[in-house]
Design a protein around this ligand. Structure first.
Ligand SMILES: Cc1cc2nc3c(=O)[nH]c(=O)nc-3n(C[C@H](O)[C@H](O)[C@H](O)COP(=O)(O)OP(=O)(O)OC[C@H]3O[C@@H](n4cnc5c(N)ncnc54)[C@H](O)[C@@H]3O)c2cc1C
Length: 406
C-alpha cells in the first residue's frame, strides 16, 4: 500500500536515523547550545563544538567505511545538521563542510590517492576542509572566475584569490574551483584540492560579519602553488563545460545541507517563541492566549513544515549514495531560506523588546540564517533556476504536476 494511504509520513526517520538524531541533539544541547552566545560575542572559533562533534564521531557519518566513516547519505547529513543548527548555526557549519563540502566531492569524484590522503582526516575530525569558489568579482557569476592553473612539468601551478571561504583560516585543505590552461567562460573550469600548508598559500584576511560570527569567512591567496597530478579532482577540458556542470550539480549536497540548517535553526527559534509565549504573562493572560499571536505561530509552523518537507523530499530522492536532483534542491533551499527568515523575524517580534536583545537567542539565529540565504547560491539564483526550469516545462517529482501534464 502506498505510504499516503497508510497515514504514515513517507519521510519519517527509521529507527537508526532516530537514534542518530538523538545523538546529534544530545551533542547540540550539551556542547553547542551553552557556548553559542560566547562564540557569537567573541568570534572565537568554536573548538568546544568541534571537539564535542568529534568525540561523538559525527564527522564520519557520510564518509565511506573504508576511510573510517559510516557510509551514510544526504538524509542522515540533513538530520544531524538540523539538530546541530537548532542549537548553533555557526557550529553546524563545521559539520556541513565535512558532510557536504570537499570530502563528499573527493569521495564521489576524486582519484584513489586523493581519497586515501584526505578522507581519513575528514572522517576522524582531524582536520577541517573548505571550499574556494567565489572571488571578489565572481560570486553568482561564477563563470567569470580568474583562478587559473599553468602547466608545470607533470603538474600545475595555481594562482588564485578566493573570497568568502568559510573556515578557510582554520582548514587543512581547500577544494579550489579554477580554470585549466587555455580556457574561457565555463569551459575548462575544473577543481583541485590544495593542502593549505603548501608554500604560496596565505590567509589574506577574514570578513567582519553580522552573523555566523564564530565561523569566519576567509580570503585565501594562492601564489604559484604547486599542484600535483593527484591533486586534480576534476580536469577542466577547454573544449567543453562538462566538469563545470558536474561541480555545479555536486553543490546540491551543500544546498540541501544549507536547507537542513535553516530548518533546524527556525525550529529552534519557533520552540523558543512557543515556550516564551506560554510563560509571558499579560495581567491574567499569557501571550499564548492572544489569537493574533496564535496566528503568527500558525504561519511560522506552516512555512517551516513546508520547507522541511521539500528538503526531506530532495534528500530522499538522492538515495543512499546519489546526488539530490537540481530542481527539487533549488526549491528546497529557496523555501528553507525564506521560511527561516520569516520564522526568526516573527520570533523576535513575539518576544517584544527581549527579542531584540542579545541576551536572548532569537536575534542571533536571525543574523546567522541571513548568511545562509546568500551562501551556496543566493535565493535569487535558486529562483532563476526554478523559474526558467518550470517555464521550459520541467516538473518537480510530485504526482500533481505529473497528472497535470499527462
Ligand atoms: C555566510 C556565507 C558563507 C559563504 N561561504 C562560501 C564558501 O565557503 N566558499 C565560497 O566559494 N563562497 C562562499 N560564499 C560566497 C557566496 O557563494 C557568494 O556571496 C554568493 O554566491 C553571491 O556572490 P556575491 O557575494 O559576489 O554577490 P553577487 O553575485 O554580486 O550578487 C549580488 C546580488 O545580486 C543578485 N544577483 C546576482 N546575479 C543575479 C541574477 N543573474 N539574477 C538575479 N539576481 C542576481 C544576488 O542574488 C545578490 O542578491 C559565502 C557567502 C556567505 C554569505
Amino acid at each position: 500500500m502506498p505510504a499516503h494511504a497508510t497515514g504514515a509520513n513517507p519521510y519519517a526517520d527509521t529507527e537508526d536515523q532516530a537514534a542518530l538524531r538523538q545523538l546529534a541533539r544530545d551533542v547540540a544541547e550539551r556542547e553547542l547550545a551553552p557556548m553559542a552566545r560566547h562564540g557569537d560575542e567573541t568570534e572565537e572559533f568554536p573548538q568546544w563544538a568541534w571537539d564535542g562533534m568529534r568525540k561523538a564521531e559525527l564527522f564520519g557519518i557520510t564518509i565511506g567505511e573504508r576511510w573510517g566513516g559510516a557510509g551514510l547519505g544526504d538524509i542522515e547529513a540533513a538530520i544531524v545538521l538540523e539538530e546541530l543548527a537548532r542549537a548553533d548555526v555557526s557550529s553546524a557549519i563545521l559539520a556541513q563542510l565535512i558532510f557536504n563540502g570537499p570530502p563528499r566531492a573527493i569521495e564521489h569524484l576524486g582519484n584513489d590517492a586523493m581519497k586515501d590522503r584526505w578522507l581519513p582526516i575528514a572522517a576522524s575530525g582531524e582536520g577541517l576542509f573548505c571550499i574556494g569558489i567565489s572571488e571578489t568579482e565572481a560570486g553568482s557569476a561564477v563563470g567569470h572566475m580568474r583562478a587559473r592553473l599553468r602547466p608545470d612539468g607533470d603538474g600545475f601551478r595555481l594562482n588564485a584569490y578566493k573570497n568568502y571561504v568559510t573556515g578557510g583560516h582554520k582548514a587543512r585543505a581547500c577544494l579550489v574551483w579554477c580554470r585549466f590552461p587555455d580556457s574561457a567562460g565555463t569551459k575548462g573550469i575544473g577543481a583541485v584540492v590544495v593542502d593549505l600548508e603548501s608554500p604560496g598559500v596565505t590567509v589574506a584576511g577574514t570578513h567582519v560579519k553580522m552573523g555566523l560570527r564564530a565561523t569566519s569567512e576567509a580570503e585565501l591567496a594562492f601564489d604559484d602553488v604547486r599542484v600535483e597530478p593527484d591533486d586534480v579532482l576534476l580536469w577542466g577540458d577547454p573544449a567543453n563545460s562538462e566538469s563545470f556542470k558536474t561541480l555545479i550539480s555536486h553543490i546540491n549536497h551543500e544546498r540541501c545541507g544549507n536547507a537542513a540548517m535553516c530548518v533546524g535553526a527556525a525550529q529552534g527559534a519557533l520552540e523558543y517563541a512557543v515556550n516564551y509565549m506560554n510563560e509571558r504573562k499579560l495581567g491574567d493572560k499569557t501571550l499564548a492566549d492572544l489569537q493574533g499571536l496564535q496566528w503568527k505561530i500558525a504561519d511560522m509552523a506552516t512555512q517551516l513544515e513546508g520547507a522541511r518537507l521539500l528538503m526531506q523530499r530532495a534528500v530522499h530522492m538522492a538515495g543512499p549514495h546519489g546526488t539530490p536532483p537540481a530542481l527539487e534542491t533549488a526549491m528546497a533551499k529557496t523555501a528553507a531560506n525564506l521560511a527561516a527568515k520569516f520564522v526568526c523575524d516573527e520570533a523576535i517580534q513575539l518576544l517584544g523588546g527581549y527579542g531584540f536583545s542579545r541576551e536572548y537567542p532569537v536575534e542571533r539565529v536571525y543574523r546567522d540564517i541571513r548568511g545562509l540565504c546568500i551562501g551556496a547560491g543566493t535565493v535569487e539564483i535558486q529562483r532563476n533556476f526554478v523559474g526558467t526550469s518550470v517555464l521550459r516545462g520541467a516538473t518537480p517529482a510530485s504526482d500533481g504536476w505529473k497528472s497535470r501534464r499527462a
